[in-house]
Design a protein around this ligand. Structure first.
Ligand SMILES: *Cc1c(COP(=O)(O)O)cnc(C)c1O
Length: 395
């Protein structure tokens, strides 16, 4: 397609990376549900394997449906190239293995996704790759944790479930001085709200299971970055470990991405409505929502995100037992982990997403036993609030 790069986000989300003329004029990208591709001669097979002729070989390497997803995500994140994975964790592990070797050190934001924390532990125990968890909130703090062997700074912003943010520009300026790669898990923001590569970060990873897919019907992951880095990951950790996405799952993500901009607008609007009401409710002690002026990182939010996103956490004025009672009184809102779906979901981090994190580290991360995390969905906000209000009335 001509001038694809000049299109705006909403248009790219629908058109980029796909030309119907190359696919028998099919309006939507076809699902190439095939494991392998045929060669017309032994010589052609050799050329494809040798890299002197472009073309498909085998679906663990490349698949045309997956290629559409990858090109579209690269466009949306403003990166050179992207790779699809079978899950967010397949993407995270492929990246961490790419940017480290034995005896290296990873500087990581405190409060990373539970399984990412589990992976850091595994890398430490089995491959002597050390890590430090830090809030990374000031230049001094960032500098103080960088060692001779630090090869990567791995962060999430906003961080689950406290919704603390990390100043990407500050982080990048220090990492660049030291030649360290910055990897951002952009799952919570999506490129619609935040573009880490544009701000100088090196690699973006996604659990596409969340807002990218947006309908709670697929597990997938994406990595975006410079073409050379992506090629390296593709030929090593992706090809040889094998966490590739299936053509059908890639197709579901392509379909989800078409409405990403519209969905994110509504998620953000609804979250703001709910946050404002929770903040003013007598039975609510604290609300963690970066879109509100009371949040400690509100200024960072305004600097690097276009809107605050669809996630928030809160604690009740009451005991753990009160918290349990309120959650069990919800009718419309579903109790489930994951996020970014059309349905509003609530979860209890201490016993669910962050249960694998030892209690003392969890406390350091600011996760109390009374904290609840809400992924505000696409329903009418009045109905979401109505459900929360009647549940709060139970205590
Ligand atoms: C869900 C999630 C992951 C893991 O993704 P999967 O698709 O479940 O493997 C990683 N990071 C964040 C921030 C997540 O929310």
């Amino acid at each position: 397609m001509k001038n694809e790069n000049t299109h705006r986000f909403e248009t790219k989300a629908i058109h980029s990376g796909y030309d119907p003329k190359k696919h028998l004029d099919s309006l939507t990208p076809p699902i190439y549900q095939t494991s392998t591709f045929t060669f017309s001669s032994i010589e052609q097979g050799a050329r494809r394997f040798g890299g002197t002729e472009d073309g498909y070989i085998y679906s663990r390497l490349t698949n045309p449906t997956v290629t559409v997803l990858e090109e579209r995500m690269a466009q949306l994140e403003e990166g050179e190239a992207a790779l699809g994975f079978s899950s967010g964790m397949a993407a995270v592990s492929a990246v961490l293995m790419n940017v480290t070797k034995a005896n290296d050190h990873i500087l990581c934001s405190r409060g990373v996704y539970g399984c990412t924390f589990g992976l850091l532990q595994l890398l430490k125990e089995k491959y002597h790759i050390d890590y430090t968890l830090s809030d990374l909130s000031t230049a001094e703090e960032i500098r103080s944790h960088i060692n001779e062997n630090t090869t990567c700074i791995y962060i999430e912003t906003p961080i689950n479930p406290t919704m603390r943010l990390i100043d990407l520009q500050l982080l990048v300026s220090i990492a660049k001085e030291k030649g360290i790669k910055v990897v951002v898990d952009n799952t919570f923001s999506t490129p619609y709200l935040q573009k880490p590569l544009f701000l100088g970060c090196d690699i973006v990873v996604h659990s596409a299971t969340k807002y990218i897919g947006g309908h709670g019907d697929v597990i997938g992951g994406i990595v975006v970055g410079e073409a050379t880095t992506i090629e390296e990951i593709k030929k090593t950790t992706q090809k040889d470990i094998g966490g590739v996405i299936s053509p059908f799952d890639a197709w579901l993500l392509i379909r989800g991405i078409k409405t990403l901009a519209v969905r994110m607008e509504r998620h953000c609007e609804n979250a703001e409505m709910i946050a404002n009401r929770l903040i003013n409710h007598a039975k609510v002690k604290s609300v963690y929502y970066p879109g509100h002026a009371s949040h400690s990182d509100h200024d960072v939010m305004k600097k690097q995100m276009s809107k605050a996103g669809g996630l928030l956490s809160f604690e009740l004025e009451g005991t753990y037992e009160d918290t349990v009672k309120v959650v069990n009184h919800l009718k419309l809102i579903k109790i489930a982990v994951s996020l970014g779906d059309a349905e509003t979901l609530i979860q209890h981090p201490a016993s669910m997403t962050h249960a694998v994190v030892p209690e003392n580290i969890r406390k350091d991360m600011g996760i109390s036993n009374e904290m609840l995390r809400l992924s505000v969905g696409l329903e009418a906000w009045e109905d979401i609030w109505g459900d929360i209000e009647q549940a709060l009335d139970s205590i």
